[in-house]
Design a binder for this molecule. Structure first.
Ligand code: MN
Length: 384
């Protein structure tokens, strides 16, 4: 029996790497659904190769192009945001890889959980925004959430066989990004192009900018809180520039388990899709003798204020992480379009966090409203 996979966001960085994993394991996986927002050409190529039953192109203006190109194939083609919620519910689907970017991943992921599908979660914003709601829904529906984020996959792998042993603490490792050695002064004038040059990982634009500002690690701390049921005090961040140790779990007896390997997103993707099996892979192996040293340092709180803003949002709880996330998405987009300086991103986020109404126990509608209000307010700050 093959595992039937639905990939939300198949043309992005995670989506294409997932298809690479599936392509190498044709006896194990079958692609049932592919979705893309806008990248019609790549989506068409992927559909011709993997022959899914369903394809979604969310951008309606690209619908005809995709239909024409796939006309003679037995593939159902859908369009619009709502179609994402439909295709995750299809009977045949066993696991949904949620690899959309940002807040847009939330609602399709909820639909998939409601339909009882297991989730391979690459979209960390889903848990950042609505972690309490998502994890409780997953428990009710008896759905497993397998982390795809490399740090969380590392922790998940370290927890294998430890079901009865509570976590004392986790250490999320951070590469430190391309600006680790830059001074505060120098950070004032860094460009999007410099920020997009990540030293170790090959990722999409949003997560690469988040990595440069360390917001990514802050979002990951919130993600870890929900995935592993931790308090903020149990989560620590340590900069590890070589990105060989992908994260660490510390137990009550002082023992620490770390998961390590060369930085390659295909491994956590494959572990999530193949769980509980470790599938054979020809990925390059880590060689200790090629790395004279693995080093560790404290993150610089002054240079990377986003990290402390995210911890603050996590400790406050309620809709605060949703506000943080929305403002960050606006800030990252503005930075990428040269409308905001690198060090102005945390300023915009902090102002939005202090302005938007706090809700201690938000409903799903509250999250949607908070997200919209936060974006709107953050945008007004940009136009000043
Ligand atoms: Mn990560």
């Amino acid at each position: 029996m093959k595992k039937n996979v639905a990939i939300l966001g198949s043309t992005g960085s995670i989506g294409t790497q997932a298809l690479d994993v599936i392509d190498k394991n044709p006896a194990i996986f079958n692609v049932e659904v592919l979705t893309a927002r806008n990248s019609s050409k790549l989506l068409i190529d992927q559909a011709r190769k993997f022959k899914p039953s369903y394809v979604v192109i969310t951008a309606e203006e690209k619908y005809c192009e995709v239909c024409d190109a796939l006309e003679h194939l037995p593939i159902q083609i859908l369009t619009g945001e709502e179609a994402l919620k439909e295709v995750v519910c299809i009977d045949k689907v066993d696991i949904v890889l949620s690899a959309l970017v940002g807040y847009s991943g939330l609602f399709p992921t909820i639909s998939a959980i409601e339909a009882g599908k297991n989730i391979a979660l690459a979209n960390k914003e889903t848990l950042v925004v609505a972690g309490e709601l998502i994890t409780s829904l997953a428990r009710t529906r008896r759905v497993d959430i397998y982390p795809v984020d490399s740090e969380h996959s590392a922790i998940f792998q370290c927890l294998a066989g430890e079901a009865h042993n509570p976590i004392e603490k986790i250490y999320l490792t951070a590469s430190g990004g391309p600006f680790r050695k830059k001074s505060f002064e120098e950070l004032k004038s860094v460009t999007p192009k410099e920020a997009l040059k990540h030293p170790n990982w090959d990722m999409g634009n949003k997560v690469t900018i988040d990595s440069a500002s360390l917001m990514n690690k802050g979002l990951e701390a919130i993600e870890a809180k929900w995935l592993f049921g931790l308090t903020p005090e149990q989560i620590d961040v340590i900069v590890h520039p070589q990105s060989i140790i992908h994260s660490i779990v510390q137990f009550a007896d002082s023992s620490m388990k770390a998961q390590m390997g060369l930085p390659d997103m295909r491994l956590p993707i494959q572990y999530a899709l193949g769980f509980p099996s470790r599938l054979k892979a020809d990925f390059p192996r880590f060689n200790f003798l090629e790395y004279p040293e693995l080093s560790f340092e404290k993150p610089d709180a002054q240079k990377f204020k986003n990290l402390s803003l995210a911890f603050e949002a996590m400790k406050t709880g309620g809709n605060m992480p949703c506000i943080l996330n929305a403002a960050n998405e606006i800030a990252v987009d503005a930075f990428l379009n040269n409308k905001l300086g690198f060090l102005d991103m945390p300023v915009l986020i902090e102002k939005t966090m202090s302005k938007i109404n706090f809700i201690n126990h938000p409903s799903l509608d509250d999250y949607a409203a908070t997200d919209a209000e936060s974006r709107q307010y953050a945008k007004t700050l940009l136009s000043r």
